[in-house]
Design a protein around this ligand. Structure first.
Ligand code: NAD
Length: 476
């Protein structure tokens, strides 16, 4: 299979291509993705620029029909798309199918939003004057996405971009071209006018950077690592572009003495290790008060060791491989550093299975301090650390002692502590008795501090980023 660029309504090959390898079994090559240069990116941006005015003028019904078509097809084909996703990215099949379904629901939600766009009409403070506040599209938006949610993240950027009348250039992650291609294939048959949606494959440092720097691109929505995000923010400031960044996390999960032990273990097992820990919202710092600490560590350790790790498409597997060799090496090296810094490590070793893939046993590092590397830097793998806290107050201080602020959780039976934590956790999303990962699609998603920058994604809040506000005064 060749994953081609989709530019101005046509599929285009490039002279160079890049192999797409299954991380569960490296002998399985899914296909080859186009490797574009700046010339392809220039053409995609030009196509979007020329298609933008007509799409901005499309009726809510036209936009609804397109988004509804895309959402319906994704939902109808969720199993097939989920299979591709799991084969390409390495999350287990139920997780892959779940993500595909999520992408479909997102398009359905924003299809509805096409019909619900409104503004304000107010009386002026000046006699006889009317004031209207409306939202208009921003023009060409560049969408840059990571590999870990290769259908859902493109969906939650493309759907609102189109719903609010913008033209799109998508630059997906190098490691997951099949999912982007499948999505583009569905979009190409949705009735969307040529040039409104364009897909360009290639290296982030080359074509991603070119998209960010291009003067005809009005806004950039990026999800990925902190270092890439910071560079994009600077470039966008120089070009006076709107920018939205969703980046890393080092999400705390506080477990208090009064927590339901089984529920806390399940929330941490899910939050830390599901999807191979490759979630920006993963629970990577578990902060546990003294009274429950030892029981919690024993129970979570056994539950973690019982997780079935293997080929993402094999029935019954609970954790797949790391996405590639580089990510696997990074995970193993963080486990190594944690041990050298004095952490007690359970699991965390490379696994050799029947087929060659990027497998490791999940890792729990106990007896850690918050100043250790394992508690400061995002691993982005199935590695969680545990810190002891004297009481709730100390746990909250530890939870907030991080440069990140995406998601934060607490397991407690106390309404008092749950309410205090919701108000005082320095995070964009707070979970009580739930894993730090796992969110709804109709409400805002995003963080604070070093995790996010700019307007929130998802739900109705997406309008903040994908539209420009205009105020009009009329003397009738
Ligand atoms: P990454 O930053 O390496 O790449 C993300 C995207 O940026 C890719 O498409 C890449 O090609 C592109 N890119 C790279 N250099 C670029 C440049 N100079 N200019 C423009 N684009 C460029 O991140 P990744 O490894 O794909 O993803 C993992 C990271 O994503 C983790 O840090 C994770 O926490 C984060 N993430 C965050 C969220 C969130 O919503 N907060 C969600 C998922 C993943």
């Amino acid at each position: 299979m060749n994953y081609k660029n989709f530019i101005a309504g046509s599929w285009e090959e490039t002279s160079d291509s890049c192999a797409n390898v299954n991380p569960s079994d490296i002998s399985d090559v899914l296909g080859h993705a186009a490797q574009s240069g700046t010339a392809e990116m220039d053409r995609a941006i030009a196509a979007a620029k020329s298609a933008a005015p007509d799409w901005a003028a499309a009726t809510p019904q036209q936009r609804f029909d397109v988004l509804d078509f895309i959402g319906s097809e994704i939902l109808a084909r969720r199993e097939e798309l989920g299979q591709f996703l799991s084969r390409e990215e390495g999350k287990t099949l139920p997780e892959g199918i779940g993500e595909a379904a999520r992408a479909g629901q997102i398009f359905k939600f924003f299809a509805g939003e096409c019909l619900r766009q409104n503004g304000d009409k107010l009386a002026s403070v000046r006699p006889g004057v009317d004031v209207e506040v409306t939202r208009s599209p921003i023009g060409v938006v560049g969408l840059i996405t990571p590999w870990n949610f290769p259908i859902a993240i493109p969906a939650w950027k493309i759907a609102p971009a189109l719903a609010y009348g913008n033209a799109v250039v998508l630059k997906p992650a190098e490691l997951t071209p099949a999912c982007a291609w499948l999505l583009a294939d569905i979009i190409s048959r949705s009735g969307l006018p040529e040039g409104v949606f364009n897909l360009v494959f290639g290296r982030g440092s080359v074509i991603g950077q070119h998209l960010v720097d291009h003067p005809d691109v009005a806004a950039i929505s990026f999800t990925g690592s902190v270092s890439t995000g910071r560079g994009i923010a600077v470039a966008c400031a120089k070009g006076m572009k709107k920018v939205q960044l969703e980046m890393g996390g080092k999400n705390p999960m506080v477990v208090l003495d009064d927590a339901d032990l089984d529920l806390a273990v399940e929330a941490c097992l899910n939050g830390a290790f599901y999807s191979t820990g490759q979630r920006c919202t993963a629970s990577s710092r578990l902060i546990v008060t003294e009274g429950i600490h030892d029981r919690f560590v024993t129970a979570l350790g056994s539950a973690m060791q019982a997780l079935k790790v293997g080929h993402a498409l094999e029935a019954g597997m609970q954790m797949g491989p790391a996405v590639d060799g580089r990510q696997l090496d990074q995970n193993l090296s963080y486990v190594d550093i944690a041990a050298k810094e004095g952490g007690k490590v359970l699991g965390g070793h490379r696994l050799s299975l029947q087929q060659e893939g990027f497998y490791m046993a999940p890792a729990l590092v106990t007896e850690t301090r918050n100043d250790m590397c394992i508690n400061r830097e995002e691993v982005f793998g199935p590695v969680a650390s545990v810190m002891r806290a004297r009481d709730y107050e100390e746990a909250l201080v530890l939870a907030n002692s991080t440069q990140f602020g995406l998601s934060a959780g607490i397991c407690t039976g106390s309404l008092k502590y749950a309410s205090h934590f919701k108000a005082n956790a320095e995070a964009g999303m707070v979970m009580v008795n739930l894993p730090t990962a796992g969110v709804d699609y109709h409400v805002p998603f995003g963080g604070t501090k070093g995790s996010s920058y700019g307007a929130r994604e998802q739900g109705r809040y997406a309008a903040e980023f994908y539209t420009r506000v205009k105020t009009a005064y009329t003397l009738p």
